[in-house]
Design a protein around this ligand. Structure first.
Ligand code: ITT
Length: 191
């Protein structure tokens, strides 16, 4: 079958396409005109509603990702509002660094919820991946997208943006979510 990748974020398109490359699904991009409002109160709800609405609108299978960065010292912010925290990646990073100024508790986690919807809009599978880390005091690295230059993973002494792509893919919030999702996608290809 054909599977619509229901995101408007080019960084996500790239990572999701890499995870999905080995599956039997033929990937298609979401029509840019199709914008879904994120009205859910959890990452899973938002992933499900994006997948479901894009599937129902196109009559094709769809996969959506809702993700965000939760910072302990900021009470979980920006969280669900990670995309709306500023107008560009640079603004979002600058704002987060500003709000974390002088803060010694730098703990944070990246969360990724993914959902697959059938052509009728019903949810076939959903799951979530979480990667713990810290907010760096200044940006480092040129890889990845979004908040990657300030998301530091102590276990590897690197930000996401400093990691070779295959390392980020293996250990990231999205990598963990897709590890659970890929076997389901194989199964659903026969549905
Ligand atoms: P879609 O809803 O169209 O998929 P979006 O960018 O609005 O795209 P979200 O609502 O899920 O996506 O917002 C997630 C925010 O977190 C957004 O600013 C992303 O750039 C950022 N983000 C998500 N995954 C990330 C990752 O792996 N590394 C860095 N930043 C990430």
């Amino acid at each position: 079958h054909c599977l619509i990748v229901a995101t408007g974020n080019p960084g996500k398109v790239q990572e999701m396409s890499a995870y999905l490359a080995e599956t039997p699904w033929e990937l298609k991009l979401k029509p840019a005109s199709l914008e879904i409002e994120e009205t859910g109160s959890t990452f899973l709800e938002n992933a499900a509603l994006k997948a479901s609405q894009v599937a129902a609108a196109t009559g094709e299978w769809a996969i959506a990702d809702d993700s965000g960065l939760q910072v302990n010292a900021l009470g979980g912010a920006p969280g669900l509002y990670s995309a709306r925290y500023g107008k560009s990646d640079a603004e979002r990073i600058a704002r987060l660094l500003r709000e974390m100024e002088g803060q010694t508790d730098r703990r944070a986690q990246f969360v990724c919820a993914v959902a697959i919807a059938r052509p009728n809009g019903s949810i076939a599978f959903q799951t979530e991946g979480i990667c713990p880390g810290e907010i760096a005091t200044s940006p480092a690295g040129a890889g990845g997208f979004g908040y990657d230059p300030i998301f530091y993973v102590p276990e590897y002494s690197m930000t996401y943006a400093e990691m070779p792509p295959d390392l980020k893919h293996r250990i990231s919030h999205r990598g963990l979510a897709f590890a659970a999702l890929l076997p389901e996608l194989e199964r659903l290809a026969d549905e």
